[in-house]
Ligand binder design. Structure first.
Ligand code: ZN
Length: 225
């Protein structure tokens, strides 16, 4: 399945989606923690967004993941959290945790890689971070978790014109991190990001396609209903 330290692909300009719908309510009460675990971005929060970093929490619950934002010493943060399969939100929503306009703290400032934004450091300033709840100990990711993570990336791709890199935390910090780990099906994830799914197609685009094609897609809006 590959090595998490090598997980990366780049987004081709030609296939950027025009619009992607995301159901991402705020994690309850999360805004109280922003002042102590986020930074104002040092770059343009739209035009300079270059990467999405994929993480796994090494914990068993969303609540546990959020607890790192409250830590008095060395807190961490991330923009989205993908619930685990035994949580009631699984299959329905991902949690928004930090405003996209702020830098979340999910990669160490000293980390960089030649394949990612010309080896620039301070990755948090020009990236968005997704955490997927997974213990990282023989814990499979659900298919929905991979799909939901891919959908968040497609949402970012549609929104940020210069977004290009999708990369694992392990690649950026290989001596300390292994996430999202071997159990995250990177090939499936990459395919979902690059090719999307039927319900990503906005109504206006769908109506411009041949009638036969529209009919084939009827009733497939499983996540929008
Ligand atoms: Zn990580």
């Amino acid at each position: 399945m590959g090595d998490p330290k090598c997980y990366q692909f780049n987004l081709p300009k030609t296939r950027r989606p025009s619009e992607v719908w995301l159901v991402d309510p705020w994690y309850p009460g999360v805004q109280k923690y922003w002042p102590t675990c986020t930074t104002k971005r040092s770059v343009d929060p739209i035009m300079d967004m270059k990467a999405v970093i994929i993480h796994a929490t090494a914990g068993a619950s969303s609540e546990g993941a959020i607890s790192v934002m409250k830590k008095p010493v060395e807190p961490a943060s991330f923009h989205w959290l993908v619930p685990d399969e035994d949580e009631e939100q699984h299959g329905h929503l991902v949690w928004a945790c930090v405003p996209e306009a702020l830098a979340a703290w999910h990669v160490r400032n000293a980390c960089s890689h030649p394949d990612v934004n010309e080896e620039a450091k301070r990755v948090n300033h020009w990236s968005l971070g997704i955490e997927v709840v997974n213990t990282q100990k023989d814990d499979p990711f659900s298919k929905w978790q991979v799909e939901a993570t891919a959908r968040i990336v497609r949402y970012c791709w549609a929104k940020y014109p210069n977004l290009v890199h999708v990369v694992s935390h392990a690649k950026l910090d290989p001596t300390r991190r292994y996430d999202p780990g071997l159990n995250f099906d990177w090939n499936m994830f990459k395919n979902l990001v690059l090719n999307g799914s039927e319900d990503d197609i906005p109504a206006l685009v769908a109506s411009a396609t041949p009638a036969s094609k529209i009919k084939a897609k009827a009733g497939s809006s499983c996540c929008n209903g």
